[in-house]
Design a protein around this ligand. Sequence first.
Ligand code: DOR
Ligand code: ZN
Length: 347
Amino acid sequence: MIQTLVLTRPDDFHVHLRDGVGLNALVPITAAQFERALVMPNLKPPVTTVAMAAAYRDRILAARAPGQSFSPLMTLYLTDRTPVDEVARVADADFVVGFKYYPAGATTNSDSGVTALANIYKVLEAMQKHGVVLCIHGEVTHAEVDVFDREARFVDDQLAQIVRDFPALKVVVEHITTTEAAQFVSAAGPNVAATITPQHLLYNRNAIFTGGIRPHFYCLPILKRESHRQSLMDVATSGSAKFFLGTDSAPHAKGTKENACGCAGCFTAHAAMELYAGAFDAVGALDKLDDFASRFGAAFYGLPRNTGTVTLKRESWTPPSEFAFGTDSVVALTVGQTLDWKLETAQ
Ligand code: DOR
Ligand code: ZN
């Protein structure tokens, strides 16, 4: 049985670091594992311009712990009014690598998102021309569509159209959760990829309801039934370069999760590589983890491979249940759990 894993230093291609007082706690946690991370722009107000992304990036860099070499990669938040000119500014700014498409109302802080795909067609055309990546939250938002069907409907209603109308556009379908999304991405060209979170690899929707309602397992897109989880495990461990690591670690203050109307988001940054190692280990695919965590994402984004390493050891341990989050705390997805892998060193 493998006891030690030495991997290339990984990158997290989807994380929420928030802003203000929370940032100082969150950046060192992600930077303890990852060399780079793609930072989501759904702040209040959202990060919609290169100038705003530059200022946010400076705040992230200032929040690193002494000695940490972490590099944030920024995204801009697409709105109905994103000017086409912003695309050229993104193409010129090497620290901004893409735009995030939130359908308006799909998730946390998506009120300023896109209300109709037609509203961003000119911008998508410019992104295709400049080689700028489109990161997609792939869920339809119609109230009448069952919450468990919203991703599959998005694949049919919007993703197929985007890929058909912009055949050279680089697209990342973020945090895929369904067989339908996995199949669509597998069948598409090399310019279409997907990120997969640890929670969608490890859990099915029963986890939200085991013995009562468990708000820390609630994220969007919501966990799906077991057959979908298995499809995600299959593609994540297949060796296909189209599927790579993006935690979607999304902290919310404890009181806003444990609430009559709890926020969506799972906090996993404190044990991200340990969770992925557990998932890959469960199917005997630890040999596939290095490519998934440290190579395929960088290759898709045209970035060099990291030169450092991380070492994980097979060891039973219990992560802290809560972490400081500004003046509040955030409860980890792993609360009450024992993990089988532990990150020993990252350099
Ligand atoms: O569960 C989620 N939380 N899904 C998202 O898409 C956004 C995120 C957040 O920002 O909290
Ligand atoms: Zn997210």
